[in-house]
Unconditional design. Structure first.
Length: 291
């Protein structure tokens, strides 16, 4: 006969399947029990934001395991980066490694650009980040060239005014709306909403692109609003709404170039208050009332 805990429930299979609290003492920020209580759509959404694909056909148990693994991998990378390679082999091996990939940030005037972390990204991740920043022609580039291109793009952004860099920070101006004032600011794909239904705001290209692609959104402009060879009113075309004839598909490069030139803010939701995925978004300019 199985023993019982103080509440009178059996301590057998249920406790084994879903033990309480954190089962990974070396990763205190990862609480499997809390993750297991998330809804399926919430699990899929968090995995998508971490770059994990192919979740559409996964069952909840597999989604939980995948999210825990993704978070553990992220924690390991962070720990490894902080360690600075102190546990590597002989002193000669350390010297060789540090010469090829010196630790930390090698550009003190661009504190947000960490070349060592960028060099550890996979080729697909590098290409994705470059695409999100409007850099094209990456298909035939080798990893070393992709790293250099991303570092250059990030440096260029750091050297520009934060109001036009498209790096996540909210653009300010005389026409900032209350929507922006009360929205949660998102500056990277690692930021998560404080709660379902939370209004969010960002200018980060990768955050915007991942949000749209998770909903199968296509970058478009409203046909007939173009002027001087530039895209007109920016929109996303979602298949769930039925394709709109008045929307013309454009490249991500053109979409983001127009987005930055007009100093727009992207106001959006990840989830509705009931936890279901939300397609709500709005583009606003802080410089004029018509956005």
């Amino acid at each position: 006969m199985p023993t019982k805990n103080g509440s009178g429930r059996g301590s057998g299979s249920t406790a084994t399947t879903n033990p309480p609290g954190n089962q990974t003492p070396n990763t205190p920020d990862i609480n499997e029990s809390e993750i297991a209580r998330l809804k399926v759509e919430q699990l899929r959404d968090r995995l998508r934001r971490r770059g994990v694909t192919g979740t559409a056909d996964m069952r909840k148990d597999d989604l939980v395991k995948a999210l825990v693994k993704a978070m553990k991998d992220g924690a390991k990378k962070s720990t490894s980066a902080r360690a600075g390679g102190s546990s590597r082999g002989s002193s000669s091996a350390k010297k060789s490694t540090s010469s090829a990939n010196p630790p930390g940030n090698q550009t003190p005037n661009t504190s947000d650009v960490n070349e060592s972390e960028i060099a550890r990204l996979k080729v697909d991740e590098l290409r994705s980040r470059l695409r999100a920043r409007g850099v094209s022609g990456t298909a035939d580039m080798q990893k070393a060239d992709l790293v250099k291109a991303l570092v250059k793009s990030l440096r260029d952004d750091s050297g520009s005014s934060s109001s036009s860099a498209g790096g996540g920070g909210v653009r300010k101006g005389p026409q900032n709306s209350k929507s922006i004032k009360y929205a949660q600011e998102v500056t990277s794909v690692d930021d998560e909403p404080e709660r379902p239904g939370r209004s969010l705001v960002t200018t980060d290209h990768e955050v915007i692109r991942r949000w749209a692609e998770a909903r199968k959104g296509v970058p478009t402009t409203v046909d007939g609003t173009e002027h001087d060879g530039h895209a007109g009113v920016l929109r996303f075309d979602f298949p769930s709404n039925g394709r709109e004839q008045r929307l013309r598909e454009i490249s991500w490069e053109e979409w983001f170039r127009t987005f930055d030139e007009r100093r727009l803010n992207f106001i959006y939701q990840e989830e509705r208050s009931d936890g279901k995925q939300s397609n709500f978004f709005r583009l606003e300019s802080p410089d004029r009332e018509d956005g």
